[in-house]
Write a new protein. Structure first.
Length: 159
């Protein structure tokens, strides 16, 4: 059984600029990012969340989503659909209910929602989608080119 933090996936280390400057292990599978289509069994809010997550983590987004992550995305969107349902029930019934003896108690939907939100956040961190992970990702944005400098460099001696 391993101890300590889970190792960060190689593709996240590359996106973050390899902050530890340790060599990225060779032979580690690095599947290509792929836009996944939702299965037919995914409906409603879960389907909308699927499309949103694929846009965020697929090839157009961070590029951390691979075909092997399909089960992870499915679990995430199912949790998301349950979170939406729990929020609707809490809004309709209120977060506190009154028992048959007149004592108030927390709605079971509140506990369910809290557990699902925690699990959804853990799924996000697996894909590198937590706020702290986004702060560490370095985007390859090209520096703006000064047209005048480009013109001068074009006619520079020795080039």
């Amino acid at each position: 059984m391993s101890r300590g933090s889970k190792p960060k996936p190689a593709n996240l280390r590359v996106l973050q600029g390899n902050p530890g400057k340790r060599p990225i292990p060779e032979g580690v599978p690095r599947p290509a990012s792929k836009a996944l289509e939702p299965p037919r069994r995914i409906k409603g809010a879960a389907r909308r969340e699927w499309r949103r997550l694929v846009k965020l983590f697929g090839p157009e987004g961070l590029g951390t989503l691979a075909e092997s992550d399909e089960a992870l995305i499915e679990a995430m969107v199912k949790d998301y659909a349950l979170i939406v349902e729990a929020e609707e029930r809490i809004e309709a019934q209120g977060p506190m209910l009154v028992g048959h003896t007149g004592n108030p108690y927390q709605s079971p939907w509140v506990g369910l929602r809290n557990r699902l939100v925690d699990r959804y956040y853990r799924f996000l961190t697996e894909l590198g989608g937590s706020p702290s992970a986004r702060m560490k990702v370095k985007a390859d944005v090209p520096e703006p080119v000064d047209e005048f400098e480009a013109y001068l460099n074009k006619y520079k001696r020795g080039s």
